[in-house]
Design a binder for this molecule. Structure first.
Ligand SMILES: C[S@@+](CC[C@H](N)C(=O)[O-])C[C@H]1O[C@@H](n2cnc3c(N)ncnc32)[C@H](O)[C@@H]1O
Length: 237
């Protein structure tokens, strides 16, 4: 089984593929005073959880959801097929045509790097447009559990570090909030149930990836108050 096939088996049929909550979307929209016929991009939309939330919160807006993985594109298209103001496309979020009033990116900018991602999105923003993205954040000095949890993301930093990466792209931070607790529960609870089902298939190619994902969830369970994303609102200077 290729890595891509393994990913497709594990991250399939989930409500979402990373931590997040409709309340995060609502907070960003309210904080930015967004309404009316806006153009919004959900970059790295996964199976489209936030595309749906954005579309419902902004019924006059046009939401363009971009995802690179074909099986998630299909899931997002199925989820959004009855929502008239969402278009889901397979594509590379590093290159966004725009112009967008809001580029929303939940748990995906780390694939590009915060500074490189923002630099690349500048030309895809409308005048006065904003990027809202969530990014792993260290809340204090990382203990053993937190370090083990973020082992595969050595670039993780604290809030000041994220702000510095935003500044390096010549953007300014408008506001931020923590994504912690319930938003992670919303991600991990369906994933944990899916892993139980995968384990029952006894597919040898899935044994280790399933076990690794179970370890990730177990680490999170013991450090729920210290494992977080920061949701950042940033605008070009
Ligand atoms: C952690 S998941 C989050 C998905 C979704 N935003 C959510 O919160 O449920 C990150 C997503 O970004 C997608 N992604 C990563 N790099 C991408 C790229 N260059 N273009 C489009 N999608 C990308 C991945 O395929 C994955 O679906």
């Amino acid at each position: 089984m290729t890595d891509e096939e393994v990913l497709a088996r594990i991250y399939t049929g989930l409500d979402r593929e990373g931590p997040g909550d409709p309340a995060d979307v609502a907070w960003a929209i309210k904080r930015l005073g967004l309404n009316g016929a806006r153009a919004v991009c959900d970059a790295g939309c996964g199976s489209g959880a936030d595309s749906e939330t954005l579309a419902n919160a902004l019924p006059k807006a046009q939401i363009t959801a971009i995802e690179q993985l074909p099986h998630l594109v299909k899931e997002a298209q199925a989820r959004c097929e009855r929502i008239p103001n969402v278009t889901v496309r397979q594509g590379d979020m590093a290159r966004l045509d725009g112009p967008f009033d809001l580029i929303w990116c939940a748990g995906a900018i780390y694939f590009l790097g915060v500074t490189a991602g923002l630099r690349g999105w500048r030309s895809g923003l409308a005048a006065g447009g904003t990027v809202a993205f969530s990014e792993p954040v260290l809340l204090g000095s990382a203990d053993e559990t937190v370090s083990a949890f973020w082992q595969e993301y050595p670039a993780i930093t604290n809030l000041d570090g994220i702000a510095a990466r935003i500044e390096a792209a010549d953007f300014e931070v408008l506001d931020h909030r923590q994504i912690i607790g319930a938003a992670w529960q919303r991600y991990y609870t369906p994933l944990a149930a899916h892993l139980v089902a995968l384990r029952a298939t006894d597919d040898p190619g899935l044994r280790e990836p399933v076990a690794a994902t179970e370890r990730e969830i177990a680490l999170w369970r013991t450090a729920q108050d210290r494992i977080a994303y920061a949701l950042m609102l940033a605008r070009p200077r």
